[in-house]
Design a binder for this molecule. Structure first.
Ligand SMILES: [Fe+2]
Length: 263
């Protein structure tokens, strides 16, 4: 199966660099399973974006050494490819929000890999309710298993020795929208990556007219996020739920993002 993907690596010495897409994505390449998780701090951070073909939502695979995270498990990868990711232990599944095009394969990934799903408490209601997760609009009514762990605004999720995941709860598009920041343990206020789901795209933001959406809540979330942007490194990448990856300069020019003093 040919996968549409692009990717980046991050090292302290070189920062973020794109991976040549003519290369085989290592994450999906068959290899011997590791006997035990490695805590190799020399391993680069690797990031892959795999747009889901039918619904065009981005699923991301993030790994350092044997530690892996899937953000928005929307893609149904062939079983053999899924199993080839098994050397990533532990593997975590993060949902930015509960719309079907972002969680479509959440239960499949859990069944196949045993990985837990983590999300905001309000996203739990979306998982259980087809009227909220919009699955009838894409496919058929779908209800998903409850998440294994709930995440709150401000949580710092330890991941590898080098990196942690900071949770920002930014409702509006849905009640449970979260942006996940990848931060170095040595610089918690300087994120390298921001997985924005449908909260923020290049030059636009998520809709608020679906069940559970709230325009004014979104405005407050955008103002909060715009304030944070002013303090973040200009090398960071934003990984949206749809469309292309973009950098801080593009985020600063997003007409929807105005810091509090400019509103
Ligand atoms: Fe959405």
């Amino acid at each position: 199966m040919m996968l549409d993907w692009d990717g980046w690596t991050w090292t302290a010495q070189q920062g973020l660099r794109p991976i040549e897409t003519t290369a085989e994505p290592q994450l999906l390449t068959a290899g011997p399973a590791a006997a035990a998780p490695a805590r190799d701090t020399d391993s680069p951070l690797e990031l892959y974006r795999i747009p889901e073909g039918g619904r065009h939502a981005n699923m991301y695979l993030l790994r350092q050494g044997h530690y892996g995270i899937i953000i928005d498990p929307s893609c149904q990868l062939p079983l053999d490819l899924q199993l080839q990711t098994s050397p990533m232990q532990p593997l975590l599944l993060l949902a930015t929000h509960g719309h079907y095009d972002h969680i479509a394969q959440a239960d499949r990934w859990r069944t196949d890999t045993g990985a837990p799903l983590l999300c905001h408490p309000q996203t739990q209601a979306y998982l259980a309710d087809p009227a909220l997760n919009l699955s009838p609009q894409f496919d058929r009514p779908r209800r998903y298993q409850a998440p294994e762990r709930l995440l709150e605004d401000g949580d710092l999720l330890p991941w590898t020795e080098d990196f942690s995941i900071r949770v920002l709860h930014l409702p509006g598009h849905t009640g449970g929208d979260c942006v996940y920041l990848v931060v170095q343990s040595a610089a918690l206020d300087q994120p390298q990556l921001a997985f924005t789901g449908d909260f923020l795209f290049e030059n636009s933001v998520g809709r608020t007219d679906f069940p559970g959406g709230d325009y004014w809540e979104q405005q407050h979330s955008l103002e909060t996020f715009a304030g944070l942007l002013q303090t973040w490194p200009d090398t960071m990448l934003f990984l949206p739920g749809h469309g292309p990856v973009f950098g801080l300069p593009a985020a600063l020019h997003n007409p929807w993002l105005k810091p509090p003093e400019q509103s």
